[in-house]
Write a protein that binds this ligand. Structure first.
Ligand code: NAP
Length: 507
């Protein structure tokens, strides 16, 4: 067991001993204990609210930072910024922290803020409905429990249902296979013939580790990624001491990281020519690491940088340049018992297949099968109407339901923790506003929601995700961007800093 696993085991709270027939009544149910859910719980406590629970499907907290344990898993946003503003840290060991360190951070915050004991583990929400007569949500979990709450805050995240490609013959493959998000640490890759399918943010982090261990690595690339040079280095000890001891130094360092990242938003949102110099840097990264001109060409994207997530690594291209690596950009036709076969008929015998094929994005919300006041459950409603919200936080037809990191609040350039914190503050203001007038029900006005969505879709239509010449998980099956916030994050701060009662029907 690793030390993180030990910590997990030590801090895991048993399922609550509640009789199946007895519902649990609380003011707020938070779903999920990742950055979103824990942040919400910490702020509820800070504002003097104790009448809440966090429902967590797994046995330990951490969300995406618990689930993803692949070798090299790390954050691609500097930790100084990829952390709560109310719980800053100066002692991150590296600029871009690794998964165990981030998971440990979340565990520490949860303990310190008195949140751990509020988490009900092993409680996956499977259904729920809004009771108009009670002005309350009823939620059911997979262990047969019922929770009745005034408010529900979803912190389920979008990237947690692994996407396994539907390749003919998958069932015929007799070797070992697993998805990057459910890494099988029992599989010994040493000396094996390993295939990796996919070249996104996850793959580029673990491919260098796999290449070192494997006998041969065959990387199946459908679309190359733009990868910028990035050396992750240990934060020098005097600097860590300074950050640790002086709060102002931490704040200034966070600001430097924040504004550096914000500058990218110009190029991503309607001024994509500004991204050309960054493309040049990424091209140089290929040129300096890859000897074979044919391989260089294979690895050079033809779309504008930023259209897919911009990646950073100093190890990825050298791993592809290594003698034991083959990059295959032919499409995969089928699997046989021991090989991956391409459309051109070439057979690549392999012992292990690692799927780095991303996540079902909208299915993250599909898991939230809550029936609203509109009489439909959220996935059905959104399948019919398209995913529409106000500020990514509330949606018409679903009173008293709030989203953290909901639709159109993801980012391609800065820390999503910043977005989550603005949402938490907004939700706190909404709850306090209702408490202030003794109201029990809040629902966004459809006209306000429509206006918000029209405005962001207008802005997104100029963005690099739509015009950059690629497809990505940011776009839905109709090519509409339902994931990214179109602009600077300070614009989101400005949009959410006031809770405007006039935008809601409050009763
Ligand atoms: P991803 O970006 O969706 O990449 C999936 C890869 O699999 C792509 O290269 C895709 O090719 C390929 N693929 C999918 N289906 C395929 C098929 N049927 N056949 C062949 N190739 C297929 O997934 P990810 O790498 O797991 O990253 C997802 C997101 O997680 C990121 O965008 C990021 O937001 C987050 N993430 C963050 C960090 C971090 O450091 N903070 C680290 C990892 C992940 P196409 O490009 O052609 O579709």
């Amino acid at each position: 067991m690793t030390s993180t696993a030990d910590k997990r085991a030590a801090r895991t709270v048993k399922k609550p001993e509640i009789q199946q027939s007895e519902p649990t009544f609380v003011k707020v149910v938070i779903i999920g204990s990742g950055f979103s859910g824990l942040g919400m719980a910490a702020q509820l406590r800070r504002h003097g609210y104790n009448d809440f629970v966090v429902l967590e499907k797994a046995d330990s907290l951490g969300g995406t930072w618990r689930e993803n344990t692949y070798p090299g898993c790390a954050c691609d946003v500097p930790s100084l910024m990829y952390s709560y503003s109310f719980e800053t840290r100066g002692d991150w060991s590296k600029v871009w922290s690794s998964q165990p360190e981030i998971e440990g951070y979340l565990q520490d915050v949860a303990d310190k803020r008195g949140v751990t004991q509020k988490i009900h583990f092993g409680q996956k929400v499977v259904s729920g409905y809004w009771s108009e007569s009670e002005s309350r949500w009823h939620l059911n979990t997979d262990s047969g429990r019922e929770y009745i709450a005034r408010y529900v805050v979803s912190g389920v995240g979008a990237l947690h249902i692994p996407n396994y490609p539907t390749i003919p013959g998958v069932a015929d493959f007799t070797g070992q296979s697993f998805h990057s998000a459910v890494w099988d640490h029992n599989v010994d890759l040493r000396g094996k013939r390993v295939a990796v399918i996919g070249t996104g943010a996850s793959a580029i982090q673990f491919v260098p580790h796999v290449q070192k261990d494997a006998g041969t690595l065959t990387l199946f690339q459908r679309t190359p990624a733009w990868v910028l040079p990035r050396k992750n280095f240990a934060v020098p000890s005097p600097f860590r001491t300074l950050l640790n001891k002086i709060g102002l130094a931490r704040i200034l360092a966070r600001w430097a990281v924040y504004w550096g990242a914000e500058s990218l938003a110009f190029g991503l949102n309607g001024h994509s020519n500004l991204m050309r110099p960054i493309e040049k840097l990424a091209q140089w990264n290929i040129a300096r690491s890859v000897d074979d001109p044919e391989l260089r060409e294979k690895l050079t994207p033809t779309y504008r940088i930023g259209c897919k997530r911009i990646l950073g690594s100093n190890d990825y291209y050298p791993a592809l340049n290594a003698q034991n690596t083959t990059v295959v950009d032919e499409s995969i036709a089928k699997l046989t018992s021991d090989a991956v076969v391409t459309a051109e008929g070439t057979s690549y015998p392999v012992d292990v297949i690692i799927y780095a094929t991303g996540f079902h994005v909208t299915d993250g919300f599909d898991q939230l099968a809550l029936k609203g006041a509109c009489g439909k459950d959220l996935p059905t409603h959104w399948h019919e109407t398209g995913i529409n919200t106000h500020l990514g936080i509330t949606t018409a037809g679903f009173p008293n339901l709030f989203f953290l990191l909901g639709p159109n609040t993801g980012l391609g350039h800065n820390s999503v923790v910043f977005m989550i914190e603005q949402q938490i503050k907004y939700i706190m203001k909404a709850i306090e506003a209702l408490d202030g007038v003794g109201a029990q029900r809040i629902e966004v006005r459809p006209s306000v929601q429509q206006e918000f969505n029209s405005a962001i879709q207008r802005r997104l239509s100029k963005g690099v995700w739509t015009n950059g010449g690629c497809t990505s998980w940011y776009l839905d099956s109709q090519g509409v961007n339902r994931t990214v916030w179109p602009g600077f994050t300070w614009q989101y701060w400005r949009a959410t800093k006031d809770f405007r009662r006039s935008e809601y029907e409050i009763a």
